[in-house]
Ligand binder design. Sequence first.
Ligand code: F6R
Ligand code: ZN
Length: 196
Amino acid sequence: MAGGEITVSNFKPELVTLDLKTYVMQPFRRGKQIKLSDLKEYFSDPEAADQILSEGKNPIIYEYYEYATPEAEGHLTFGVTTIYLGKVGKEYYMTRGHYHDKDAAEIYIGLSGRGLLLMQTKEGEAVYLDLKPGGIGYVPPGWGHRTINTSGEKLVFFFIYPSDAGHDYELVKERGFAKIVIEENGVPKVVDNPRF
Ligand code: F6R
Ligand code: ZN
């Protein structure tokens, strides 16, 4: 892995390998783990989150590793996200979710586990797709997106987006998504978000 900042002029192609058993991608240049304490106000039942935290637990909700390229027009960034299995209250573990700053699309490819790719426009039109191994979700430009693990195992998916897309988390912080995904009678259910 090259050290220092990756720029358009110093970038050189190299082979990246995704282990199809462990889903570890190497080399990666950027990794992030998001814990319950980072995400508690995004869940519809923050008291349930507080309860878990007050027991001295702060589980990792999800993590992602990216092969980051120059944040320049024409380049793509790709990587692997893993959402762990669990719930906060009735709501399944999920990513924070965001809109891209630019009109930039994204592709998600399910590798392991099952979940939902929830998307919505800024006007509140919502669509959700089943994300399962081999399932490909196309996020059109302008659609906010969040992924939810509804399975009894880790949900792992591959993603690709334009490197200069930019990430806007503010709108999701203010309003959340129009839908939330909860467990009811042992099965996942998509319901209206009462706080949207
Ligand atoms: C990038 C993208 C994914 C997510 C990742 C974590 O544009 O959509 O790589 O970034 O799944 O989700 P957030 O960024 O919402 O924490
Ligand atoms: Zn995105």
